[in-house]
Design a binder for this molecule. Structure first.
Ligand code: MRU
Length: 347
């Protein structure tokens, strides 16, 4: 498999380098974020996206803030780093990994006794988070590949691949690991309206690794399930609460259809995506710009003045989920939250 390094820290220029995912598959370009404001723009524009990659972006964002805040007084310095860090954490509301990555690195900034130490500790922790994410994805892949039968056709939604993580991926990590272990796997990638993360990104990644992939309109999934052309569904997650899995809009309808056709519905996510604190109803579901739905290729597809709803995520109740694949193994709902809280690294 070819390496994709979605996001990394560049020591020479003290900046964050990320693949600009808005341009794929037309062109492969990287963006350099030298300021926290530029990173926030990249997060909002989905130049970097996907829950685990957002966790890494949040972590590097605090390391960047620690370096770019200009303040000699240490107390005021800490306040300014915190303000910048929270701005990063609030750039998108739904994926818990973003605030998790920010808080984890921020806690190391608070432990510092000097500005120089804050520089050192914040970057050290951010790099640790990025490395952990890579290891988690490979472990998710190793655990999850056991669920994928040889000769299977797997339906996936959005992009839960290397581009959504530091590398390898969660849902696509399972597929990569299954293929690497010698299994024949075909992927049906739902295009994922309106921003087409499935058509643009999942198909790009899998084609690059010579994994068989076919793109379908989101609305064709139930039809293919009814015809017996899908063996299981594997998706990623942006947040897992006690009662629901938050993921890209459209995931819930795949879970309902999978249940109606007696197909397994698997979720792949690192423990950093679990939220032991909030219930589903407390979570803000990001509503994005009207134009993402009302225009296609620059042309209006909705008459001017007609309202549009553009929720970016939906919630799938846990009783529709067959299993959740994490780096520490396969969990079956109902979840043992004491085990999750113990295993998940507590800040
Ligand atoms: O809006 P996006 O592209 O950030 O949404 C991403 C998803 O919904 C992914 O499925 C999720 O983050 C899991 S990524 C491993």
């Amino acid at each position: 498999m070819k390496t994709i390094e979605t996001i990394r820290w560049d020591d020479d220029t003290s900046s964050i380098i990320l693949i600009d995912q808005t341009r794929l598959p037309l062109s492969y370009r990287v963006v350099r974020c030298r300021s926290v404001d530029r990173l926030i723009t990249a997060i909002r524009r989905l130049e970097v996206r996907g829950a685990p990659a957002l966790g890494v972006a949040g972590a590097y964002g605090v390391a960047l803030a620690a370096r770019t805040v200009r303040e000699k007084d240490f107390h005021r310095y800490l306040e300014k780093v915190e303000t910048a860090a929270l701005a990063v954490a609030h750039a998108r509301p739904t994926a818990v990994n973003l605030s998790w990555g920010v808080q984890r690195v921020l806690s190391h900034v608070y432990r510092s006794d000097s500005i120089a130490e804050a520089h050192h500790l914040s970057l050290k922790e951010a790099i640790r988070i990025a490395d952990e994410d890579a290891r988690s994805c490979h472990a998710i892949g190793d655990h999850g590949s056991a669920l994928i039968g040889d000769g299977s056709t797997v339906l996936t939604h959005c992009n839960a691949g290397a581009l959504a993580c530091r590398e390898w991926g969660t849902a696509l990590g399972i597929i990569r690991s299954a293929v690497e272990s010698g299994k024949e796997v075909r992927v049906i990638a739902c295009e994922t309206r309106p921003l087409l993360q499935g058509a643009r990104l999942t198909a790009w990644e899998l084609k690059r690794d010579n994994i068989e992939v076919t793109v379908i309109p989101d609305s064709a999934a139930a039809h293919l399930m009814r015809r017996g052309e899908i063996d299981c569904v594997v998706v990623g997650a942006d947040r897992i609460t006690h009662d629901a899995v938050f993921n890209k809009i459209g995931t819930y309808m795949h879970a309902v259809c999978a249940r109606a056709h007696s197909l397994p519905f698997y979720v792949a996510a690192p423990l950093s995506t679990f939220d032991p604190v909030h219930s589903g109803s407390e979570i803000v579901i990001e509503e994005r710009d009207r134009d993402e739905v009302a225009f296609y290729g620059g042309y209006a597809t909705v008459p001017e003045g007609v309202p549009v709803r553009n929720p970016a995520f939906d919630t799938t109740p846990l009783d529709l989920v067959s299993a959740i694949v994490t780096e520490s193994g396969i969990l079956q709902p109902p979840l043992d939250w004491d085990y999750i809280a113990q295993t998940r690294r507590v800040i």
